[in-house]
Design a protein around this ligand. Structure first.
Ligand SMILES: C[N+](C)(C)CCCC[C@H](N)C(=O)O
Ligand SMILES: O=C(O)CCC(=O)C(=O)O
Ligand SMILES: [Fe+2]
Length: 419
């Protein structure tokens, strides 16, 4: 709501609170303020459960959490064998058959479960801790992705050790440790990798599927301007995220420097979430602008037979609306396109917000500089950590690829990590 309010104040052209949402808001406020009595108490101790049927929802207090469940939601999520196939983990119930004004005919709670009998006699049983885990109130309190946001000191003090190629390839525990670090910090290293494109492909495929793009699957590039982009030069590149011009920017970027005979060329890494958090702490209105205002990024290539035109639209900061957690930063001043999605007065405020984020991102204390060497493979969360490079001399060959984010997270989850 705060987001919506601020934006509305800035300019009325986006109407984030629709008329149909308004009654929902007042309904929540009403139930929060209502004097109420607890209808029932099940177990004693701290895990005790209180519940109450309200006009529009079931209120449940369990494990220190007060939760509200809509009645259609409670019918829709029934895990009985006829409503849900637990072999495929898919819903059988046709939700369109649920009466939108449904209410349970009978409700009871024992030590562990909530039982609801519906008007047609169907019984739904919910485990109380399942409800707590799956409630809006529970979700709102917890981070989707636990992480440690860092500046260079925090990262250095964490002394994160790199994975080792042999162990990484052979042992799931090493892979798990690597992915845990990757999820926490948004960067992770594997060392001792043979300095070839093939081995780089092998190491990445231990983690995920490769995301093929117009640059190919595995790329191996040097400063030959073979493509129409500054990356293919010897110039310095300021911090940025890649493929900001995709509707879904690539989730992960892998770099392996196979050769460098020359000077410079260090890699710069900056945790975008740390800077976004600084903006949020210092100037919430600026954070909200960066999270609300959609802008375009564009890649137009017209070099030899490479013809590409990509457009990606979205805000600089992508946040989950229920808890304001940033899940993706799209920041690339080189590839940012003409702004024609916002009126001039909002543009002006947006530039102020963008400047503040840039100032945070450019603070030397937020910069981590590393010299990539043959054997050392770097994985970067391209939705979080910005990369850049120092200008360089001599022959420098960098290979790598992009990974599909879904598959990286899938591997992490299959190893028991929260992702
Ligand atoms: C990594 N690789 C050299 C293949 C591509 C570089 C893409 C560069 C582009 N300006 C961007 O930031 O997305
Ligand atoms: O040359 C480098 O170190 C990185 C260049 C770059 O930003 C990229 O390839 O995405
Ligand atoms: Fe890049």
């Amino acid at each position: 709501m705060a987001l919506a309010r601020v934006f509305f104040r800035l300019h009325g052209y986006l109407r984030p609170i629709s008329k149909t949402q308004a009654p929902l808001v007042s309904r929540l406020i009403r139930t929060q303020n209502e004097a109420r009595y607890w209808q029932c108490t099940a177990a004693p101790q701290s895990t005790s459960c209180h519940w109450q049927l309200q006009e529009e929802c079931l209120e449940l207090s369990y494990g220190g959490l007060v939760m509200h469940f809509d009645y259609v939601w409670l019918r829709d999520h029934c895990r009985s064998a006829s409503c849900y196939n637990s072999k495929t983990n898919q819903r059988n119930l046709d939700t369109s058959h649920v009466e939108l004004n449904i209410c349970p005919a009978n409700t009871r709670v024992d030590d562990e479960n909530l039982f609801l009998t519906w008007p047609d006699g169907h019984v739904t049983k919910y485990n109380l801790s399942w409800l707590a885990q799956n409630s809006y109130e529970g979700q709102k309190q917890s981070a989707m992705q636990p992480r440690i946001i860092w500046n260079s000191d925090i990262y250095a003090n964490a002394k994160v050790s790199p994975a080792n190629w042999d162990k990484f390839m052979a042992c799931d525990d090493e892979l798990k440790k690597f992915l845990r670090n990757f999820l926490l910090y948004g960067i992770a290293f594997v060392e001792g990798v043979p300095p070839t494109v093939e081995a780089t492909g092998t190491v990445t495929q231990r983690v995920s599927l490769i995301r093929e793009t117009m640059y190919g699957k595995m790329w191996n590039f040097t400063s030959d301007f073979s493509r129409g982009d500054t990356a293919y030069t010897k110039l310095a590149l300021d911090r940025h995220t890649d493929t900001s011009y995709f509707q879904e920017p690539c989730g992960i970027q892998v770099f392996h420097c196979l050769k460098h005979e020359g000077t410079g060329g260090r890699t710069l890494l900056v945790d975008g979430f740390y800077s976004a958090d600084q903006v949020l702490q210092k100037t919430p209105d600026n954070f909200e602008l960066l999270a609300r205002v959609p802008i375009k990024h564009e890649y137009i290539e017209n070099v030899s037979d490479h013809r590409n035109h990509m457009i990606g639209i979205g805000p600089v900061l992508n946040v989950y609306p229920w808890n304001n957690e940033v899940y993706m930063i799209r920041y690339n001043n080189y590839d940012r396109a003409v702004i024609n999605t916002i009126p001039h007065d909002v543009v002006n405020r947006w530039y102020v917000a963008h400047r503040q984020l840039t100032t945070e991102l450019r603070k030397p204390e937020n910069e981590l500089w590393v010299k990539l060497k043959p054997g050392k493979v770097l994985f970067i969360d391209n939705w979080r950590v910005l990369h850049g490079r120092e200008s360089f001399t001599g022959l420098r060959q960098l290979c790598g690829c992009y990974l599909t984010r879904d598959d990286v997270l899938n591997t992490a989850r299959s190893l028991g990590l929260q992702a």
